[in-house]
Design a protein around this ligand. Structure first.
Ligand SMILES: *Cc1c(COP(=O)(O)O)cnc(C)c1O
Length: 373
């Protein structure tokens, strides 16, 4: 066996021993919250298509029309010939909706974080980040070469303590998520804003799981978003001042050196954004489902579309996920390194396409047939 494969086989065995080996399973979303896997149909509580827009007929038509008119791919990076006019249109719509000056699209939310952070900070700067921020934020920080300090999750006092230790670092960027992807709780944005003002730091957030609510003003200097969750398409973006966006278009490497998003993804997101604004009740509906679920199980009231049920050990979380699967519900077990050691969990993601009855059934099964730790 070649030396590389031998080493990798050992690594795989190690992952398997620790229940950390991962393999994607072919899965087919059937138009709503039903999905097919291994020839069986399940109700999914593991999709981030919170407003059910990825299968909305108008969204699909917008994508189809863009493909018919402009082809399947962009053909080049934006700075070469990939700058389809739909890009500018979506950026303007996003900035307007978020009440900020400008926006810049990226190939994904992941690429937005990996591109924006190194464009803003580098060696000699410090980033102060919440302990639970997403992997792609950590990757962006690592690429930047800035010093990383981490504060306890959502702990303003701990963040303040780190800001006080800032020392000789030139610039300071504080990073958090508006809604945490694996916990579903919200960051204290207004408090962080005041702290950043007090200590002369910049504030950046990742709003990948935000519901595009109008009651959610952008108070950060930099906010990352994605087209891939609520908007049901593919792509990422950043919003902020005109100067920030103008600079990023020349400095954020994934915006320069990667092929532009397919026009169809942009057209789909534009249509989805229109629907979000036209039908604001969708957001209320999905939050009501999440709250219905936490009420059934006597958990703290859901703050977002995401509700975690912390189990502890990897094996136990996997077993619980399996048990729900046998009952026809697909709920993924989330394990380290995605979440901290000892906090393996089931992560329930709600959609406005879930009915009250579906949520009731799920809640009843967990309540009566699964012994919680
Ligand atoms: C999903 C997610 C991303 C990545 O966004 P994609 O568009 O899927 O690449 C970034 N940050 C957070 C917090 C996320 O949950």
């Amino acid at each position: 066996m070649p030396a590389l494969d031998e080493i990798l086989t050992q690594k795989i065995s190690k992952l398997q021993e620790n229940s950390r080996f991962r393999e994607p399973v072919p899965t087919w979303r059937k138009g709503g919250v039903e999905i097919e896997r291994n020839g069986k149909t399940y109700l999914s509580f593991s999709c981030n298509d919170y407003l059910g827009l990825s299968n909305h007929p108008e969204v699909k038509d917008a994508a189809k029309e863009a493909i018919a008119l402009y082809g399947a791919g962009a053909g080049a990076s934006r700075l070469v010939t990939g700058e389809h006019p739909l890009y500018g249109k979506l950026e303007k719509a996003l900035a307007q909706y978020k009440d900020t000056e400008a926006a810049c699209l990226f190939g994904s939310g992941y690429l937005a974080n990996v591109g924006v952070i190194p464009a803003l900070v580098g060696k000699g700067d410090v980033v102060i980040a919440d302990k639970l921020v997403h992997a792609c934020i950590l990757d962006g920080i690592a690429i930047s070469g800035a010093k990383l300090l981490r504060f306890k999750h959502n702990d303003i006092d701990d963040c303040k303590r780190l800001l006080q230790q800032r020392g000789d670092y030139r610039n300071c960027l504080v990073i958090t998520e508006t809604i945490f992807s694996m916990d579903g709780d919200c960051a204290p944005m207004a408090h962080l804003r005041s702290l950043c003002d007090e200590y002369d730091a910049w504030l950046m957030s990742d709003d990948a799981h935000g519901l595009y609510g109008k009651n959610d003003p952008v108070i950060e200097d930099v906010r990352i978003g994605t087209l891939s969750k609520v908007l049901g398409s593919m792509g990422g973006y950043v919003t902020g001042s005109a100067a920030l966006i103008a600079y990023l278009k020349s400095a954020a490497r994934p915006a320069i050196f990667a092929t532009a998003l397919p026009p169809a993804s942009v057209a789909a997101a534009l249509k989805a954004l229109e629907i979000v604004q036209r039908e604001p009740e969708r957001a209320g509906l999905v939050l009501a489902r999440a709250k219905q679920f936490t009420a059934i199980l006597g958990l703290a009231e859901a703050q977002s579309t995401i509700v975690p049920l912390i189990i502890g050990e990897e094996g136990a979380a996997l077993a619980m996920s399996k048990k729900l699967e046998q009952k026809g519900f697909l709920v993924t077990a989330i394990r380290p390194p995605t979440v901290p050691e000892g906090t393996s969990r089931l992560r329930f993601a709600f959609s406005c396409v879930h009915t009250e009855e579906m949520v009731r059934q799920l809640g009843d099964i967990i309540k009566h047939e699964i012994s919680l730790p």
